[in-house]
Ligand binder design. Structure first.
Ligand SMILES: [Zn+2]
Length: 72
């Protein structure tokens, strides 16, 4: 596990795959994984790991549910 404190994480999915949006009003971040946009980001890697776990769990449940409804 990386402990680089400069890494920022998405508060929705815990992904470090975020980029800074152009600050037209205030600085905002955009997550490239879940499309979260906002000024709030996580800078604590341990919290991000927890968010990531929850997100993946939710994601897998959603996948199962959508598979049951309409199999691709
Ligand atoms: Zn995200």
């Amino acid at each position: 596990m990386l402990t680089n404190k400069k890494i920022k994480f998405c508060p929705e999915c815990g992904s470090p795959n975020i980029q800074w949006e152009l600050p037209q009003t205030w600085s905002k971040w955009k997550c490239l994984e879940c499309n979260y946009i906002g000024a709030f980001i996580i800078e604590d890697g341990e919290i991000a790991v927890q968010i990531r776990k929850d997100y993946i769990k939710r994601y897998l449940i959603e996948q199962k549910e959508s598979d049951a409804e309409q199999p691709i």
